[in-house]
Design a protein around this ligand. Structure first.
Ligand SMILES: [Fe+2]
Length: 403
């Protein structure tokens, strides 16, 4: 019997949110709100200053007859107290739905606000909905109230996928841990992906979010849950990121490259959201982000190589396929030889988009931070799909190797 199959005899294939995709898609935001019965939207955003996007979406919603209250208090790595503030604003203004405008931070904050409104409002303890391995999150989900507040997610970055997924990731500022919130119904009603908004990203955001999408494709592809759907979407997304992220980083107004990255991030998010799961690139990057407030995609880009070097002996044949999708001619190499070439190519891609290897020491990552990471990451659900178990000592070794 196949070892991987024996480990997970049943695979659960999840729904992905509806999507509206293409040039001008953002102009449908008003009618999408009408479709789900939203009359007064809480517009949740980081502000996207300098782009004019928030003003534009607000105008589209008002033109469709909606009342709009703007909550622009979300920051990168959205924090628990920001979600509380957004929840209070939602309830005080009498909103009946959420429109998130931005990247993953805005969408995840919008999802978490909907969880709080569904439960005890601003008094809700988000830790009650935290998904971890022990106690296993699936045992707690049946006790949760289903979230049925409509949510229209207008996406502006080519990385997150959070506009269509069933998770919200929120910083617990006291614990210094990213809560992974999985609650039935939390996925947005619809994700709107308009390349006309995505071409407003600055180059460094193209790089960070592009590497996030790359990790979303890689992790389920090599992962232990072994979902065939994720193999298909992941390989195509890897190819699209490899062929387009450099051009989009060099010139975010390159419409073809941005449109291809849009589809890469969309398919990559299907890989993990539909049941392929995530891995320990995300598991460890979450800890770096929460401890040092580093952008999610930037942290993933830094943890990609150390984690996949560790993982690669579990599934070198998968890394050979990744190399082929990245355009390498590895046909005549053994899987182990091909894996070396693939990891080199990943490093080159990361460097080409302006993300050199950075010592975590430069981020003041201390021995206490390593211990904190080992404690929390070892119970992270990202471990479940990772192709190789990672003990606390192995987590410490990987993190020390990044100093
Ligand atoms: Fe991610």
């Amino acid at each position: 019997m196949n070892f991987e199959r024996k480990q997970f005899p049943l695979l659960y294939v999840n729904q992905h949110s509806r999507g509206v995709v293409g040039w001008g898609a953002s102009k449908t935001a008003g009618q999408e709100c009408q479709r789900y019965g939203i009359k007064h939207a809480l517009l949740v955003t980081t502000g996207l200053k300098g782009t004019g996007i928030v003003d534009e979406v607000e105008g589209i919603l008002r033109h469709a007859g909606l009342e709009v209250t703007i909550f622009d208090g979300v920051t990168s790595n959205p924090k628990d107290h920001e979600v509380v503030a957004g929840t209070k604003m939602y309830l005080e203004a009498g909103c009946d739905g959420v429109v998130s405008v931005g990247g993953g931070s805005a969408h995840d904050a919008g999802k978490a606000i909907r969880i709080m409104v569904t439960n005890d409002g601003a008094k809700t303890d988000l830790r009650d909905f935290m998904a971890v391995l022990d106690p296993h999150f699936t045992t707690r989900i049946p006790t949760y109230k289903v979230v049925n507040i409509p949510h229209v997610a207008v996406n502006t970055t080519t990385g997150t996928g959070a506009d269509c997924t069933s998770f919200a990731i929120i910083n617990d500022e006291d614990w210094k841990y990213k809560l992974i919130l999985i609650v039935p119904g939390v996925d947005p009603s619809v994700g709107i992906n308009d390349p006309a908004l995505m071409r407003c990203q600055p180059p460094h955001v193209v790089a960070w979010t592009g590497m996030d999408a790359f990790c979303h494709a890689i992790e389920p592809f090599v992962g232990r849950l072994n979902l065939p759907i994720a193999h298909a979407t992941g390989l195509r997304a890897i190819k699209l990121v490899s062929e387009n992220v450099r051009q989009a980083y060099a010139n975010p107004k390159n419409d073809t490259a941005i449109e291809n990255l849009l589809w890469a991030q969309f398919m990559a998010s299907m890989s993990y959201n539909m049941g392929g799961g995530m891995g320990m690139v995300h598991g460890l990057a979450h800890m770096v982000s929460v401890l040092k407030d580093l952008h999610h995609g930037h942290a993933n880009a830094l943890m990609l190589l150390p984690v996949e070097r560790f993982n690669s002996i579990a599934c070198p044949e998968r890394f050979k396929e990744i190399g082929e999708a990245m355009g390498l001619d590895v046909r005549h190499l053994t899987p182990i030889q091909a894996t070396d070439r693939t990891l080199e190519e990943m490093e080159r891609l990361r460097n080409d988009v302006g993300i050199p290897a950075v010592s975590l020491r430069e981020l003041n990552f201390s021995e206490a931070d390593i211990e904190h990471t080992a404690k929390w990451a070892s119970n992270d659900i990202s471990m479940e799909a990772n192709p190789r178990d990672m003990s606390k000592d192995q987590i410490r070794a990987i993190m020390r190797g990044c100093l």
